[in-house]
Design a protein around this ligand. Structure first.
Ligand code: 2P0
Length: 332
């Protein structure tokens, strides 16, 4: 039986950057994210006794080599849990607005975790799903639930899981993706963070201060304190990028347009606009603002930079698609 699941991507307000256990993907610090309504991955899984290996098609392209190997290793975890050795046919489609440059392993492994476990006959709790998704990609643990999510650092496989966070009922934020560049990143998150953990003297300070920042962010979300949320988020991103600049060899994901965009964020804030920035493992900048300011800010950044800006609201949890939705997808 084929099961199709949809998971939305997420952007961290308090970043995950560095592992204490690379095998189990236990992070060095807890992280907090917002799930985005605009970007998601649909993944179908069909276990078939006729197959002699897993197969994986991504956006209509049959995958082989490292991409297939990584996925197959993840499927072994599901097979182990389900107690069988059947291979699967996996088909995945990323739904990301044209050239948004936000393709993410978060939505991919969250959708796969849900589709694969259900297709294998398992009915896992969301908490256990986040633990399985985490083994594919750390940030995927935060794409099982919707809205605002915390991934608890934990100390082992059982205690490193994600769950939704309570927030003030009137909190209404938007995340604006400013698409400066949609080329694949030069250095993967996995290698970038491993290099920083191994060589950056700032790394221990990063991990320690992130734990404090995660606690402060939980309080700010609960209080609906926009300025505090924005300030903590922007600082978390800057601290993450500072650890990279202090690595050996030093590296950065920023490009000149990243800095120009940051400069504009600061100038607007000086003029009283409620806007903060966050940056992940690439040059694109995401803006955090109250919903009422989103359209005006998107226009300002489009005019200033001549680049696309996508407005995202908090997105839903991962879910299994109905047969009717799967058929509609197949004919789209
Ligand atoms: C985050 N990023 O918290 C941080 C901020 C990128 C910058 O999680 O090695 O693809 O698969 O666990 O999850 C990207 O890292 O890395 C990431 P792995 P992942 O969103």
């Amino acid at each position: 039986m084929t099961v199709t699941a949809r998971a939305h991507t997420n952007i961290a307000l308090i970043k995950y950057w560095g592992k204490s256990d690379p095998q189990l993907i236990i992070p060095a610090n807890s992280s907090i994210s917002m799930t985005l309504d605009q970007f998601y991955t649909d993944t179908s899984v069909d276990f078939d006794p006729q197959l002699t290996a897993d197969s994986f098609s991504l956006d209509g392209q049959e995958q082989s080599g490292a991409a297939l190997q990584k996925l197959s290793k993840f499927m072994d975890l599901v097979r182990q849990r389900a107690g069988h050795n059947t291979f699967a046919r996996i088909t995945s489609t990323n739904h990301v607005p044209t050239a948004a440059g936000l393709a993410s392993s978060a939505s991919a492994y969250a959708a796969l975790a849900l589709a694969a476990t259900r297709a294998a006959g398992l009915q896992l709790s969301n908490k256990d799903l986040t633990r399985i998704a985490r083994r594919g990609s750390g940030s995927a643990s935060r794409s099982i639930d919707g809205g605002y999510v915390i991934w608890h650092r934990g100390t082992d496989d059982a205690t490193s899981f994600a769950e939704p966070l309570p927030v003030a009922p009137d909190l209404d934020l938007r995340m604006l993706a400013v698409v400066l560049d949609h080329q694949p990143k030069k250095l993967s998150s996995r290698s970038g963070m491993a290099n920083t953990v191994a060589t950056s003297p700032y790394f221990p300070a990063w991990a320690k201060s992130s734990e404090v920042a995660a606690a402060a962010m939980q309080a700010a979300l609960l209080a609906g304190d926009f300025d505090q949320i924005g300030r903590l988020a922007e600082r978390s991103a800057m601290m993450m990028h500072a650890t990279n600049m202090a690595a050996e060899p030093p590296f950065t994901y920023f490009n000149p347009e990243t800095l120009a965009t940051l400069d504009y964020v600061h100038a607007l804030r000086d003029q009283g606009m409620p806007v903060y920035a966050t940056i992940d493992a690439g040059p694109n900048v995401k803006l955090i603002c109250p919903a009422v300011n989103a359209e005006d800010l998107a226009d300002l950044f489009r005019q200033r930079l001549g680049k696309p800006v996508v407005i995202c609201a908090p997105g839903p949890a991962a879910r299994v698609l109905t047969t009717a939705e799967m058929e509609a997808n197949a004919h789209a």
